[in-house]
Design a binder for this molecule. Structure first.
Ligand SMILES: [Zn+2]
Length: 260
């Protein structure tokens, strides 16, 4: 059995802003990833791939994991393909605009909302749809309570572990990092054991990707790309029968970031 772990920082226990505790935050994130690895192994996973982000401390991870490393990004979630049996999303945050979501955002500050086929999705929803386009279920998501709720709206019987509850964007009541790791280990084991019960999140083609930006300038840049249509001064849409093209457009959207 092969498990692919997508990692993020903002939904990790103990993390409440982007500035302070950075060194400890990456240690806590790495510990949560390792807890997910341990749980997956005890549930029966043989091959585990960790997609690195936010400076995971590689030396503190199990030596038998494989790492997806990105010195620069020109491919969305490399190695997440039809050979993967299940995906974990660890340390995830809620989408932009969820007021009680700790550090809620979608990609970067130029994005107000993103939609797939009319469904509001943040980073986790997009990741679930991408895995789903390969026929792969996301079986576990860990993060703040708001992120776990966002995931459950898309696939209601997936395993989730809430490690902190948001009060607002920069305040939370968090579990202690070590307790969070215990729960993640248990959740990961359950997710692997239940892998056949949990369905992929799939959308019907043609896929429509709509982005509402916070500024007009990113819209102007996006409209340079053939096939991108302007909806209004702040919004664009792009449609394709091939979800890989939607994922590629999502990466380009990050490159064309313009906060002004
Ligand atoms: Zn993120």
């Amino acid at each position: 059995m092969k498990i692919y772990i997508i990692t993020d920082l903002e939904g990790v226990a103990g993390v409440v802003n982007w500035d302070s505790h950075q060194e400890r935050a990456t240690e806590w994130m790495t510990a949560e990833i390792q807890a997910a690895v341990d749980g997956a192994r005890s549930g029966g996973a043989e091959e585990i791939i960790v997609a690195e982000s936010h400076k995971v401390i590689i030396d503190k991870l199990d030596k038998d994991v494989k790492l997806v490393l990105s010195g620069g990004v020109a491919s969305y979630l490399p190695g997440l393909d039809e050979s993967v049996d299940g995906v974990f999303i660890v340390g995830q945050h809620a989408r932009a605009g969820v007021g009680t979501g700790v550090l809620n955002h979608t990609g970067n500050s130029a994005v107000f909302n993103t939609y797939l086929n009319g469904i509001a999705v943040g980073e986790l929803g997009f990741e679930m749809a991408y895995a789903g386009s390969k026929g792969v279920p996301v079986v576990l998501l860990t993060g703040d309570t708001e992120a776990t709720q966002e995931a459950k709206v898309l696939v209601d019987n997936m395993e989730t572990v809430a490690v902190k509850e948001g009060i607002n964007k920069y305040q939370t009541i968090s579990l202690h990092p070590r307790r969070a790791c215990e729960l993640i280990r248990e959740g990961a084991k359950r997710a692997v054991e239940r892998i056949n019960e949990i369905k992929p999140f799939t959308l019907e083609a043609p896929y429509d990707y709509k982005v509402e930006f916070t500024t007009t300038q990113t819209v102007s840049k996006m409209c340079l790309i053939p096939g991108v249509r302007k909806v209004d001064e702040r919004s664009i849409t792009y449609t394709s029968d091939n979800f890989q093209e939607i994922a590629n457009m999502n990466l380009l959207r990050a490159y064309l970031y313009d906060a002004e």
